[in-house]
Design a protein around this ligand. Structure first.
Ligand SMILES: Cc1ncc(COP(=O)(O)O)c(C=O)c1O
Length: 499
């Protein structure tokens, strides 16, 4: 098997190739024309007026302005009001000396490749199955536009909000813990809730607030790459415990906490990213018992709360009265990736420590975004949107799983997740996933290599395929590309093996 470095380069080259191909493809004719003028011209040269370009290309003034704006954003041109548009002055230095920074910065806490493919790769790949963000069609678009418009019109929403967040939004997140439960209320209130700009920043705040650099943190393995990166960024040492389609074993958690001295256990009990797996109620109860006995915290990342398909989420914090569970929830996937709003719920001194870290990091979350998010989730249309969303996710999941079984074999599908946005696939052990991913990407199909979800070496050849992004009509084509790439790899390996 070639070294990891060689594989990474293969993926990067393909990404670069593909993005240059795609940006050319989407560049308008007029933008290409302007870029050519800029390239041929000198700093200060005047470009044709909007009116001249409108008549030359027979397009609307808006199209010309959009092209101009893109060039201005790239620093290639500058507009002087009342005078015209000119080629910008370009820096003449082509080789700066940054070598002093090597000594000044020292070694890296996290590597360059710390950001997972799911986030770092552009989602304009023709069949993008690497990114776990639902496509626009699965978002409550009408509610979002309406809510953003209203938030812009109401003056309190553009004023400075309270540090912990808008009281009504905090109450919404707190009440969600008791939703769908006929039994007793959890006792969780808006006072236990802090509004955050997405759960990624909440993760690092929680890690920093509840542990010191050098401390250990137990994590399920595989788990969310962003949690692995945040823990390392906070200076924590990750102690992985194995998780497949089942929850980690309570005895294993107990041993990991005891031997490492960790007081934090980060976990995704519901539809975990990347596997989509779910803890059963019995598994959850025994893991919570260990947490209590060890006087530790369970950091419950409920990222997929709104994505239950065959099962609904009952947050574990509902069972906790003594502040052992710190709960994270986000709306950035189910409402909109542009409305980055979420919440942390915690009790006791832990809550106060997390609030301090949040304030020091971000001060507060934009009031307009909070107001818009609250508007969406309290609109009567939100509940019906969630019902439709679940049905669409079911159809997408089953369609993609069907193609996987047909073209890649039933043994490739680790299990059919009861919720979430992804399928978790396992290939034969000899499959070089990095090469396979790079090869598929060069054919316009992206997937996320499994190794990125492991804090240590992956115990097999895994990939994550997202079923909420590309149009289901293209699932079959996407899986066929993967099957063909696998077959050609096998043929190549077979030839290499022949004496
Ligand atoms: C498991 C998990 N937690 C947290 C996040 C961060 O989400 P956000 O910061 O968008 O709320 C993600 C995003 O993919 C995730 O998959």
């Amino acid at each position: 098997m070639p070294g990891a470095g060689a594989d990474t380069t293969g993926v990067e080259e393909s990404i670069a190739l593909l993005s240059s191909f795609m940006s050319n493809d989407s560049t308008t004719e007029i933008e290409r024309h302007l870029r050519a003028l800029v390239a041929a011209g000198a700093a200060g040269d005047r470009l044709p007026s909007t009116r001249a370009l409108v008549s030359q290309f027979a397009v609307s003034p808006l199209t010309v302005q959009n092209a101009m704006q893109r060039l201005a954003a790239a620093g290639l041109i500058e507009t002087r009001p009342g005078t015209g548009t000119f080629v910008s002055a370009r820096p003449t230095i082509t080789r700066s000396d940054f070598s002093w920074q090597t000594t000044a910065l020292g070694s890296m806490r996290t590597g360059h490749s710390v950001v997972g493919t799911a986030m770092s790769l552009d989602s304009t790949v023709p069949i993008a199955m690497h990114s776990a963000y639902p496509s626009e069609g699965l978002l409550p678009q009408r509610l979002i536009r309406q809510a953003l418009g209203r938030a812009a019109r109401r003056s309190p929403d553009i004023d400075r909000p309270l540090l912990g967040g808008m009281p009504e939004l905090r109450a919404y997140f707190a009440n969600e813990i008791d939703a769908n439960t006929a039994a007793r209320a959890s006792g969780i209130s808006s006072d236990d809730t802090i509004v955050v700009p997405g759960s990624q920043s909440a993760l690092i705040s929680v890690f920093r607030a509840l542990a010191q650099p050098g401390d250990a943190i137990v994590m399920e393995s595989p788990t969310y790459w962003g949690a692995i990166a945040a823990a390392r960024q906070a200076g924590l040492v990750i102690v992985p415990i194995a998780r497949g389609s089942q929850a980690p074993r309570a005895a294993e958690l107990d041993e990991a906490l005891e031997t490492s001295g960790a007081r934090l256990f980060y976990a995704q009990p519901h539809f975990a990213n990347p596997t989509g797996a779910l803890w059963t109620a019995a598994e959850a109860a025994s893991l919570l018992d260990v947490i209590r006995a060890r006087k530790a915290f369970l950091i419950e990342d409920d990222w997929a709360h709104d994505f239950g398909i065959d099962a609904q989420v009952r947050p574990l914090i509902w069972h906790d009265t003594d502040g052992h569970v710190v709960y994270l929830r986000s709306l950035s996937k189910s409402v909109s990736p542009s409305l980055r709003v979420g919440a942390v719920i915690a009790r006791g001194p832990a809550l106060a420590r997390i609030q301090v870290d949040r304030t020091v990091t971000d001060l507060y979350v934009s009031g307009s975004l909070q107001a818009a998010a609250l508007d969406v989730v309290t609109d009567p249309g939100w509940r019906s949107h969630l019902v439709r969303l679940r049905e669409s996710l079911r159809v997408r999941r089953d369609t993609l799983a069907g193609y996987v079984v047909e073209h890649l074999g039933a043994e490739t599908l680790t299990h059919l997740p009861k919720g979430g946005l992804n399928l978790w696939l396992r290939f034969d052990d000899g499959v070089d996933v990095a090469r396979l991913v790079a090869e598929c990407l060069s054919k316009g199909v992206s997937m996320a290599p499994g190794a990125e979800w492991y804090p240590a070496e992956p115990p097999g050849s895994f990939v994550r395929l997202n079923f909420s992004g590309p149009h289901p009509e293209r699932f079959g084509e996407g899986v066929e590309v993967i099957a063909a790439a696998l077959a050609s790899r096998r043929a190549l390996d077979g030839r290499k093996g022949t004496p």
